[in-house]
Design a protein around this ligand. Structure first.
Ligand code: IYR
Length: 231
């Protein structure tokens, strides 16, 4: 039987999916172990070096992020990559204003208690020191060529997946990041002049870690706290 390289389903072209190399069963065990080992060394780092990172690297990381699956392949995200010191300064100033209010009066005591082991506070020097800030916007709809609204689907999930891909890509190339979520973060739309259909989702500073920095001694749950098996 001849295997077609492409077929049509409901009139739409489908290409044959062929994985690069069929892995051996034993290989998958060792590969999955090394992926886990590599991924588990990722930490959110809050102190950055000001050592530059090239635009080419950031572009590759964003290309990698954009390979995430998304609802109906709408790719409902915009990545704003900022290295301009003036814009970083504006972002830091506005974020710290919001964070100061949040830490001083908005976050309830339980929340502050949960954050205590992380050692965070309203000050966010990394917003100026890290060579790049990537601000991820989610798009609840797109505009077609006639200016009509076209809905996107699972926007939260899709954008979250793209951020996960981005975080892993940053880690895999030896750089660090953290997920910064100033609240509210409308100021990012203003500073970056984003259109009405884009809402800020996550801010990720990207760069090398500071030469000396510390991360909290916190641990990931073990597998039986997170997984239920049905065999
Ligand atoms: N957005 C604040 C507070 C904060 C909230 C959570 I949940 C964290 O895991 C860490 C921080 C900040 O960025 O400091």
């Amino acid at each position: 039987m001849e295997i077609e390289d492409e077929i049509y389903i409901n009139g739409y072209k489908h290409l044959r999916y062929q994985p690069a190399d069929e892995p051996l069963t034993e290989e998958i065990v060792t590969t999955s172990q090394s992926i886990y080992r590599q991924m588990s060394s990722r930490r959110s780092v809050r102190d950055f070096s000001d050592r530059p990172v090239s635009k080419q690297v950031i572009e590759n990381l964003l290309l990698a992020a954009g390979t995430a699956p998304s609802g109906a392949n709408k790719q409902p995200w915009t990545f704003c990559a900022v290295s301009s010191p003036e814009i970083k300064k504006q972002i830091r100033k506005a974020a710290e204003e919001e964070e100061r209010k949040a830490y001083d009066s908005k976050m309830p005591p339980d929340w502050l208690k949960d954050l205590a082991p992380l050692g965070t506070n309203w000050e966010k020097p990394f917003l100026e020191i890290a060579p790049w800030l990537i601000i991820v916007f989610k798009k609840s709809y797109d505009l077609d060529e006639n200016g009509n609204k076209r809905n996107n689907y699972y926007v939260q999930e899709s954008t979250g997946l793209a951020c996960g891909f981005l975080i892993q890509s940053i880690h895999r190339c030896g750089l660090v990041t953290l997920t910064h979520t100033p609240s509210p973060m409308n100021f990012l739309s203003k500073i970056l002049q984003r259109p009405e259909n884009e809402k800020p989702f996550l801010l990720l500073p990207v760069g090398y870690p500071a030469y000396i920095t510390y991360v909290p001694d916190i641990h990931r749950k073990c597998i039986n706290q997170t997984t239920v098996w049905f065999e």
